[in-house]
Design a protein around this ligand. Structure first.
Ligand SMILES: [Zn+2]
Length: 253
């Protein structure tokens, strides 16, 4: 008992030793914690900095909308022609490999050439062309052809969107094309097979509501193959004359 009171030094030194060790341990823990915190914060800051950098690049990727026609003279009429399925898929395919997309593109390109020859600014559009969005034109016509697997089916059909904002103009465009196409090609109208694919055609909802639109199925790839494959110029002329009939009627109003 008395020993501890008389000679406190051994227990004092032990306590000092313990305290020193504790202090050293605390210092080590504090150092490790600080190093960890600094690295975590540093990593966070680095990540936070790189994230907006990547985000800032992102919006630039969808290219700005190209103007409908770089050469479009506002005093001239502007017509958009969609080559059905182009840039997207083949469309209908015949057993021998003839594709609807190739027929459509040949015809659409000829319609463009005919329109330009007649002084109309015309632009050739792909099926899902970004230039369709908000397109303000005097007419938009999409060129398609019917399947290759219905023996005995012949004829063409023309349609406009079901819930038209400009029904008079669009009916006039449809009627003009039906008349001219029938006159030019001699094909019968095949109205019974007008489908939702035509009356709810996607491009009708993409262009400006003031742009009159129509879609034509130029014929059946099996029974009307001779016309579609061998006489694309006749097919194109029918469409172009129909568009001209509409444009003249519209400008005369
Ligand atoms: Zn098609």
């Amino acid at each position: 008992m008395g020993m501890s009171e008389r000679d406190p030094s051994p227990s004092d030194s032990v306590r000092r030793d313990v305290l020193e060790r504790a202090a050293r341990t605390m210092l080590i823990i504090t150092t490790i914690t600080t190093v960890l915190l600094v690295s975590v914060v540093g990593w966070r800051v680095a990540t936070a900095n790189s994230e907006p950098a990547r985000a800032a690049v992102q919006p630039a990727t969808p290219s700005p909308l190209p103007s409908p026609s770089p050469t479009h003279d506002p005093s001239r009429l502007l017509v958009g022609i969609v080559a059905g399925h182009s840039g997207s898929d083949s469309g209908a395919v015949c057993p021998d490999g003839l594709t609807e997309a190739s027929i459509n593109l040949t015809v659409a390109q000829m319609v463009i050439d005919d329109l330009r020859r007649d002084g109309v600014d015309a632009i050739l559009l792909q099926e899902f062309d970004p230039r369709l969005r908000g397109l303000k034109a005097d007419a938009l016509v999409s060129v398609h052809a019917d399947s290759c697997n219905i023996p005995g089916a012949t004829g063409f059909k023309v349609a406009r969107v079901t819930d038209s904002a400009i029904p008079q103009a669009e009916d006039s465009l449809v009627q003009c094309i039906i008349q001219a196409y029938s006159d030019e090609t001699g094909l019968p109208l095949h109205p019974a097979s007008v489908t939702d694919d035509m009356t709810q055609y996607h491009a009708f909802y993409e262009v400006a509501p003031t742009t009159p639109g129509a879609i034509i199925e130029t014929g059946f790839m099996l029974d009307d193959r001779n016309l579609l494959g061998k006489h694309p110029q006749t097919v194109a002329r029918g469409i172009e004359r129909g568009i001209q009939c509409f444009l003249k009627g519209a400008s005369g109003e």
